[in-house]
Design a protein around this ligand. Sequence first.
Ligand code: HPA
Length: 276
Amino acid sequence: MSTAERAAMVEAARGAIAARMGHLKPTIAIVLGSGLGPLADRVANPIRIGYGEIPGFHVPSVEGHRGELLIGRLAGQAVIVQSGRFHMYEGHSADVSALPVRAFAELGVEILIVTNAAGGINPEFGAGTIMLINDHLNLTGRTPLLGGALPGEERFPDMTVAYDLGLRKTARRIAEENDVPLREGVYAGLLGPSYETPAEVTMVGRAGADAVGMSTVVEVIAARARGMRCLGFSTVTNPAAGLSQESLSHVDVMAMAAQVGGRLGALVEGIVAATA
Ligand code: HPA
């Protein structure tokens, strides 16, 4: 795709969302990971936009991803909630994976909160742990920044502090106030969709990863290129491959994500309230 076509894809999505957005002007977007869909139920009186109504958006093929945007108020703040993402393992390019984030930026969103389900590599991060992402390893081999820089994007975005320090501080404070145990670590994003081999888990663990998953990194790269402030949470749904006797399954991942969803939802809502 040419740079002009990539920019046109963002503009078409922005226009379709703007046409449905009403008077709300969200400055925060929240991306929900596998099984975390119920977090969307916290949004008051949302406008719902099915992905079929937005050019360039695709109906998710993965269970646990709903496929709609919700625009409404969370803790009194105008937000966009992206319920269902476009994973590169579904055959999407990095540009398509990052399309919602780019459209949100064009709509005036300044803060991106991403959530995902992940396998735990740090032995202290058992199933059910909520991990505040403090950095990431992009091991997907993909980036949404290939080709000409899109309007409003940095050619060479600085990734030194990809996950905003101030938002991380707020997250720790809200977690403590609400007695939500919160750990902190590095998220490794791989392409998937096969889960990792034990050897791959050993490799990314030695490279510094505390958790591993199949999303998030290209969204955060696009967001940083636009100067958005990012905050990310992984729900550790299982010990990564080879670290327990269990084999991995998407059904178990979703079940554990659903169990933790309430706590993570409360945490995200508290952070949104504190970000007024
Ligand atoms: N690996 C990759 N992605 C995941 C995992 C995992 O173990 N668990 C949930 N998402």
